[in-house]
Design a protein around this ligand. Structure first.
Ligand SMILES: Nc1ncnc2c1ncn2[C@@H]1O[C@H](COP(=O)(O)OP(=O)(O)OP(=O)(O)O)[C@@H](O)[C@H]1O
Ligand SMILES: [Mg+2]
Length: 395
């Protein structure tokens, strides 16, 4: 079995990008250009943001002294992280009418939001990260590439997790557009809000995340006239076109078929975040149960959770962990976990009689190797003989 999980090879990826250093100066071209741009436009916040990004890059390359000097030059040595956070909060864009913020901002740390994907999705995300990291190299060759990734798939399959993972990997703030305030109740304001949001995003290095991206497309069925909708889509396209290589653009949608093809084309990477494969489910159980269950148990749980989303797996794991902690145990109760899993299966299945015999049969139909007679006897607190009698009787 050969499966690569993204979260496993991310470290290798980082090592790879660092050791393949090439020209150090080239690596800093992107920040230098933005600092010059900021200085020419007297945009102090932009200069400070990019100085900080460059200083962090230098530090990670072991150039502490150069980083310190750079910070001193920009701010007389007062360039604290707090300072930057304050600027960011003050500058969060708002809807002119309601004064509601148009975006949220978070600073995810590496390892805080592990992403578990395999197969094609893992390859796309890896390729995307490599191309973002190569931004300066591409720019030096005159290639102004806007790194953009569109994630699509059913709810609970890790699209928002992907955005946090990407921001953490790139060590950039994550600016998530708030679709509710973006789509203003005042005709014409949506385009203005989009402009404000994009202006905010390009003012410093960040990952701009348009979550629930289909909301714009769905306006068609909502209160918008077709003409107004077209204007919003055109405005969105124009805004995307003004981005340059220093803004990382991510978008997520549950309804990819609703998206305008012109918008679809603006994204150079597309990733399908579907329900996890069997191997990914094992990895999800192991990650979410963190030492509360061994691999054999994780494999058993994965075997009986086909069609479960990552979010559902997370939910059953969190409940099992809570229960273990409250009971003062260092491991989860496998029977309680299997009961929860069965409950989710049953909530999806067509109505069946809620008798012990039919529940036993239902469990056996999912996986008789996991739901053995012994296991079922333990789960239901009845004897082995009774289980065997009920199942035989039912046959
Ligand atoms: N592939 C995955 N890797 C790691 N965690 C996952 C994955 N899929 C789901 N999860 C877990 O499930 C939770 C919900 O996932 P997430 O919010 O990313 O789903 P989504 O695709 O954005 O759903 P929605 O369309 O409803 O917004 C996450 O917080 C995470 O804990
Ligand atoms: Mg989401």
């Amino acid at each position: 079995m050969f499966t690569i999980f993204l979260y496993l090879f991310t470290n290798a990826l980082i090592l790879f990008t660092k050791s393949g250093a090439g020209s150090t100066n080239m690596n800093h071209l992107l920040e230098l250009l933005k600092i010059v741009e900021g200085a020419m436009n007297a945009d102090r916040a932009k200069v400070r943001s990019y100085v900080d990004q460059l200083a962090r890059k230098l530090e990670s390359e072991g150039e502490q002294k150069a980083a310190e000097r750079l910070r001193r030059a920009a701010d007389g040595g007062r360039m604290a992280k707090m300072d930057l956070a304050e600027i960011a909060v003050k500058r969060l864009p708002v809807d002119q009418e309601s004064r509601m913020p148009l975006a949220d901002e978070e600073h995810p740390h590496r390892g805080e939001f592990p992403l578990i994907v395999d197969g094609e999705a893992a390859l796309v995300v890896q390729e995307f990260l490599v191309s973002v990291r190569a931004g300066s190299k591409l720019l030096a060759q005159g290639i102004d590439f806007v790194p953009s990734l569109l994630a699509f798939g059913p709810p609970g399959c890790g699209k928002t997790q992907l955005a946090r993972f990407v921001a953490a990997e790139l060590d950039l703030p994550l600016v998530t557009a708030r679709v509710d305030s973006l789509v203003s109740s005042f005709l014409g304001s949506t385009s203005k809000n989009l402009r404000t949001l994009f202006d905010h995003a390009v003012s410093r290095p960040c990952v701009l995340f348009l979550d629930e991206f289909d909301a714009v497309a769905k306006l068609r069925d909502d209160r918008y006239e077709l003409g107004e909708l077209k204007r919003v889509v055109v405005s969105l396209l124009q805004n995307i076109d003004t981005l340059s290589s220093h803004t990382v653009l991510l978008a997520a949608t549950n309804h990819d078929h609703l998206l305008d093809p012109a918008i679809w084309r603006r994204f150079n990477y597309h990733v399908k975040m579907g329900v996890p494969t069997a191997d990914a489910r094992v990895a999800l159980f192991l990650a979410f149960l963190e030492g509360f269950a061994d691999e054999e148990l994780a494999r058993n749980f994965a075997a009986v959770t086909e069609t479960f989303t990552g979010a559902e797996i997370r939910k059953v794991c969190d409940a099992a962990k809570r229960e273990a902690v409250i009971a003062g145990r260092r491991s989860i109760d496998p029977n309680a976990m299997l009961t929860r899993i069965l409950r989710i299966h049953r909530s999806r299945a067509v109505e069946t009689p809620n008798t012990l015999a039919s529940n036993l049969k239902f469990a056996r139909s999912i996986d008789p190797d996991v739901f053995t007679y012994r296991r079922l006897a333990e789960i239901h607190g009845v004897s082995l003989g009774q289980i065997s009698k009920l199942l035989k009787h039912d046959d």
